[in-house]
Write a protein that binds this ligand. Structure first.
Ligand SMILES: NC(=O)c1ccc[n+]([C@@H]2O[C@H](COP(=O)([O-])OP(=O)(O)OC[C@H]3O[C@@H](n4cnc5c(N)ncnc54)[C@H](OP(=O)(O)O)[C@@H]3O)[C@@H](O)[C@H]2O)c1
Length: 258
């Protein structure tokens, strides 16, 4: 099995889960000689794979890496005559919030659908570190800012990795399918996330000032278009349980190495 972005936060976890279950899981990214923005090393990496988990991404170059990369994965598998099942991670609400990175996630899904290879799209909500960052980074002294009425239902990245591995090792679909969205057990407002992070850090909860949503992107988040739909699968650690396992104070970074 091949995991694109297998050196990233999510991909490294997928490699670890698959290996722990006894599968031969290989990470593919630039540091292993595979560049999705050019296709370099891709055919060699995908040859013989029975499944590909696509978790590579570049928020700064999403059209080149996420979108063109997805198209290249599909083309490479067709070129190789491979029946491999592609399991691709995407984001809940990416089709409802016109944020450029989210648009690229939609385009990436479409690229795989057009390629005709067996594909399962798995959309997940924000991972806990990103929710924590949003709840603590928008802070000035003892005041924190809420972008409109933004809410999120953050999810445990380890559980998402397990579910991706389940799809990759399960029965492959004959065409393009969407798995149920993945989300954590609870939705929180910005005020709740800020208060939880402050309590974790040993600070008094900040005063939260609401910034009125301006533009479609902010309105999209403020209206909860990033929240999962009714058919979503919920699971994994709650935000509180994840937070309790983090260093104090919470480091101001988005990445959470496995
Ligand atoms: N973070 C969230 O809250 C969240 C929520 C839902 C879904 N997701 C999705 O989850 C996926 C993984 O996110 P993450 O946080 O694990 O990302 P990440 O830690 O930033 O990892 C990105 C991976 O992509 C690889 N990569 C970047 N450019 C590449 C290129 N040109 N060719 C090949 N590989 C390349 C990187 O490896 P090299 O540097 O070695 O190339 C790295 O392994 C993304 O698709 C993201 O949209 C994230």
């Amino acid at each position: 099995m091949v995991v694109t972005g297998g050196s990233g936060d999510l991909g490294a976890r997928v490699v670890r889960v698959l290996s722990g279950r006894g599968h031969d899981a290989v990470a593919a990214s630039r540091r292993t000689g595979v560049d999705l923005s050019t296709g370099e090393g891709l055919d060699a990496a995908l040859a013989g794979a029975d499944a590909v988990v696509h978790a590579a991404s570049s928020p700064t170059r999403p059209q080149t890496v996420d979108v063109a990369g997805a198209a290249r994965i599909g083309a490479s598998l067709r070129h190789l005559g491979s029946p491999a099942h592609v399991v691709s991670i995407s984001i809940v609400g990416c089709d409802r919030v016109p944020y450029p990175y989210y648009r690229a996630k939609v385009d990436s899904e479409t690229a795989l659908e057009r390629s005709g290879v067996p594909t399962t799209i798995v959309r997940a909500t924000q991972f806990h570190p990103l929710a924590a960052l949003l709840g603590s980074a928008l802070r000035l002294g003892s005041t924190s800012f809420s972008l409109g009425d933004m809410r999120s239902q953050p999810v445990d990245i380890d559980w998402v990795a397990e579910r991706l591995a389940d799809h990759a090792t399960g029965t492959a679909p004959s065409g393009f399918v969407r798995a149920p969205e993945l989300a954590g057990p609870t939705a929180y407002g910005a005020r709740e996330i800020s208060a939880l992070v402050a309590a974790h850090d040993g600070r008094t909860p900040p005063r939260v000032v609401r910034i009125p949503p301006v533009g479609e992107v902010m309105r999209g988040f403020s209206q909860g278009r990033n929240l999962p739909g009714p058919g979503a699968e919920t699971g994994g650690r709650s935000f509180e349980d994840w937070l309790a396992a983090q260093p104090r104070p919470l480091p101001r970074r988005m990445h959470s190495p496995p």
